[in-house]
Design a binder for this molecule. Structure first.
Ligand code: ZN
Length: 230
């Protein structure tokens, strides 16, 4: 038996098919908010109330959305594949992979159901609204921030991800444009270390030089068959 490790990276495109909007296709506006106001450290320092209002508005939408066939196919694949590791890394802050039944999901850009205390660094689960004048349950500081990686912050799990990229045999990017770094560089690293690389996306990737195969179309239609045949 030849061992083959699989690395799956998912982005906004996979959740778009579950009705969640991405901020890239809205001309810099996300639900009528300016991206730099609600997704940057500078914006948060300037107006934490606005940032919390924004995520309080987004949270119920994300929590009530349902996974589509692409999320379900990935979860099913993880359960049945036994010829190596399947690592699932997502740029999405929604929980659609978990809802589909995926267990270990690396949320490199954070999660909508968490906030983090900027004083003691503890992560707090939250399914309801958060406000800037709520004290941290651990240290009582008024420093809660959505546990979302903002522009100007380092994505999470980068050391683990680097290791997975070096040891994967098949790299699959789903619904991610290949424009935003560092995720856009993942395919390059995987390819450098010898992986065969696939893209499942509506349109061609900007960095398509590194993809061996590009399958254009809705991932909910193209991905299930592919994973069925690995
Ligand atoms: Zn704290």
């Amino acid at each position: 038996m030849i061992m083959k490790n699989i690395f799956i990276l998912t982005g906004a495109g996979i959740s778009a098919q579950s009705g969640l909007k991405t901020f890239r296709d809205t001309n810099g506006l996300w639900e009528n908010f300016k991206v730099e106001d609600v997704a940057s450290i500078e914006g948060f320092e300037k107006n934490p109330k606005l940032v919390h209002d924004f995520y309080n508005h987004l949270r119920p939408q994300m929590l009530s959305s349902m996974p589509n066939k692409a999320h379900l196919a990935i979860a099913d694949f993880q359960k049945r594949y036994s010829d190596g590791e399947v690592n699932l890394i997502t740029q999405n802050v929604d929980l659609l992979h978990e809802k589909a039944g995926s267990r270990e999901v690396f949320h490199m850009h954070g999660r909508i159901d968490e906030c983090v205390c900027q004083h003691c660094q503890k992560v707090i689960k939250t399914l309801s609204d958060v406000s800037f004048d709520m004290p941290c349950p651990y240290c009582r500081a008024l420093k809660l921030k959505p546990n979302i990686v903002f522009f100007g912050q380092m994505p999470m799990f980068m050391d683990e991800i680097e290791k997975m990229l070096r040891t994967c045999h098949i790299f699959i990017a789903v619904g991610t444009s290949g424009v935003v770094y560092p995720a856009a560089g993942f395919v390059m690293t995987a390819k450098y270390y010898g992986a065969e690389t696939y893209l499942f996306n509506l349109e061609k990737a900007e960095n398509n030089f590194y993809f061996d195969h590009q399958v254009l179309g809705k991932a909910s239609e193209t991905l299930p068959d592919f994973l069925e045949n690995i």
